[in-house]
Design a protein around this ligand. Structure first.
Ligand code: IPE
Ligand code: IPE
Ligand code: MG
Length: 238
């Protein structure tokens, strides 16, 4: 089923990963260390994002989620926000062409309000054009885990579906239809979730690395995948 994207270079059997998620952190510090303004780190960060997503698909991982912009990131200087939004628009334009014949759907998770109408239009066009394909890349944009849960609960309330069970709430989230993440990787050296996939990550394995996101490589990802394959996930059992 995923043979299309399986890299010929796989030497060891890939671990069973259905969903991998990334908190792409450290762009600002990467730039600062080079004497550049913070926002200069987002362009190399965007390149890493494209490389790493490709690598995950090549490894046969069917769902990849990346944290691109949080509901809290509006607190940043306007100049930096503008740079991130511009890069996202450019990414969407590129993806239209590059993914035209690929079996990959792109889904944006998070709030649409607050984003520019031009950007939202591009997001929706890309989603509509790729819907129903085998692999999925979720881009968390203007995303907050708490916000996602609150929106889901409010929608269920409007539809008269409350009280509800866990499966119903899961199905009302932005990530509906795909399994929960098996592993969440955070670059940049901090040990926190920063409001990412709060509901979905209940039993995810977390990996934290000091590597700043623009420096994160396929090689390091492969090491993490090997480590993941050795972890014993008990899900509350013994
Ligand atoms: C992550 O890198 C990218 C976004 C949050 C958009 P940062 O910009 O947070 O980089 P640091 O953490 O300040 O180094
Ligand atoms: C998390 O990084 C958000 C994204 C990677 C988009 P932040 O840099 O915003 O997280 P905090 O502020 O250090 O918790
Ligand atoms: Mg950060």
């Amino acid at each position: 089923m995923f043979g299309l994207f399986r890299s010929k270079k796989v030497e060891t059997a890939p671990p069973a990963v259905s969903h991998i998620a990334f908190i792409m952190d450290g762009n600002g510090r990467w730039a600062k260390r080079r004497g550049l303004p913070r926002e200069a780190g987002h362009r190399p960060g965007a390149r890493t994002f494209q490389r790493i997503v490709e690598h995950c698909l090549a490894r046969g991982i069917p769902t990849v989620t990346v944290y691109a912009f949080s509901t809290e990131n509006w607190r940043r200087p306007q100049r930096e926000i503008d740079e991130i939004m511009e890069l996202l628009e450019k990414y969407i334009d590129d993806t239209f062409t590059r993914y035209a014949d690929r079996d990959v759907e792109i889904v944006f998770i998070g709030r649409r309000d607050g984003l520019s109408p031009a950007l939202v239009e591009k997001m929706e066009k890309l989603e509509a054009g790729s819907r129903g394909r085998t692999s999925r890349v979720n881009i968390a944009l203007n995303y907050g885990g708490r916000d996602e849960i609150v929106r889901a609960v409010n929608r269920l309330s409007e539809e008269g579906k409350l009280p509800c069970d866990e499966a119903t709430l899961s199905a009302a989230l932005d990530t509906a239809g795909r399994p929960d993440p098996d592993l969440v990787i955070r670059t940049g050296g901090d040990f926190r979730t920063s409001n990412f996939l709060l509901w979905e990550s209940a039993y995810a394995e977390y990996f934290f690395t000091d590597t700043l996101w623009p420096d994160f490589t396929e090689r390091e990802l492969d090491r993490i995948l090997s480590d993941f394959a050795r972890r014993h996930r008990r899900f509350g059992g013994v």
